[in-house]
Write a protein that binds this ligand. Structure first.
Ligand code: ZN
Length: 259
């Protein structure tokens, strides 16, 4: 619900029976972290995650160091609002070959792990659909995210799995299983893939509006041992232009009917 101010969003979620919220950093502008925490606590919501860190890939060492420093600040912010998790959109750069980019991502994550441990905030690598491999993420399948999380060999690093990015993957069932078997499944995001989307980023569908086998995937996720929040994440110019309280009710209904 991007158009809603955080205060309004929290109030409307609580009134609709929504139990948790992931907070975008942009939504915190104008609030101190203490105010954000109090606001969310006062409405009885749980903070699921802070969105988002990452973007570790850069052609220059200075750029990569700046990203590491920024991620440490993001981890501090997460701890301050009571978020147990930072979602990582790991980064990609058109001048950096994808295998090199993935090595830079691993290096970046390793560099911030001590900070994450000190703050007791976990890091969740979110694989992004390959259409975003140019600028947003060189991690494009759940297999790659699992490989990366396991390569860190650290309990504070896991995976955020979003159906929008991975629903098409023939390895999906086995990689969800693998993720769960290593205790790496930290977050689960749902929406639907419209047929076809009119915008690659900002035309996600309400659950039931597209072609993602949501019930099937939920079974795999729960069989893998996931017990966290199922988060609805719909970036949509169409829905953001509508009345947000009706939109929240539509999300609630779509969740009950199709997730
Ligand atoms: Zn997501």
């Amino acid at each position: 619900t991007k158009p809603l101010d955080l205060r309004e969003a929290v109030a409307q979620y609580a009134a609709s029976g929504v139990a948790g919220i992931s907070v975008w950093r942009e939504a915190m502008e104008g609030y101190t972290t203490a105010e954000v925490r109090t606001l969310i606590d006062d409405h009885g919501l749980h903070v699921v995650s802070l969105v988002r860190g990452g973007f570790f890939v850069d052609p220059t060492p200075e750029g990569r160091q700046a990203a590491i420093d920024e991620n440490k600040r993001i981890i501090d912010q997460a701890a301050a609002i009571g978020a147990p998790l930072v979602v990582l959109v790991c980064g990609a750069h058109p001048e950096v070959p994808l295998p090199v980019a993935r090595a830079q991502i691993l290096e970046g994550i390793m560099a911030v792990i001590p900070h994450a441990v000190a703050a007791d905030v976990k890091l969740a690598i979110e694989p992004l659909h390959p259409m975003y491999a140019d600028m947003r993420s060189a991690v494009n399948t759940l297999e790659q995210a699992n490989d990366l999380a396991l390569a860190t060999n650290h309990s504070h690093v896991g995976v955020a799995f979003d159906v929008y990015h991975c629903w098409w993957d023939p390895q999906l069932e086995q990689e969800i299983k693998r993720c769960g078997a290593h205790d790496k499944l930290l977050a689960y995001h749902v929406c639907d893939w419209k047929v076809p989307p009119s915008d690659l980023l900002l035309d996600r569908g309400l659950m039931g509006e597209g072609c993602i086998p949501l019930r099937q995937i939920r079974t795999w996720v729960e069989d893998a041992g996931f017990e966290g929040y199922i988060e609805v994440e719909i970036f949509s110019n169409n829905y953001w232009a509508q009345d947000q309280s009706s939109y929240i009710q539509a999300i609630r209904q779509a969740y009950l009917d199709h997730v």
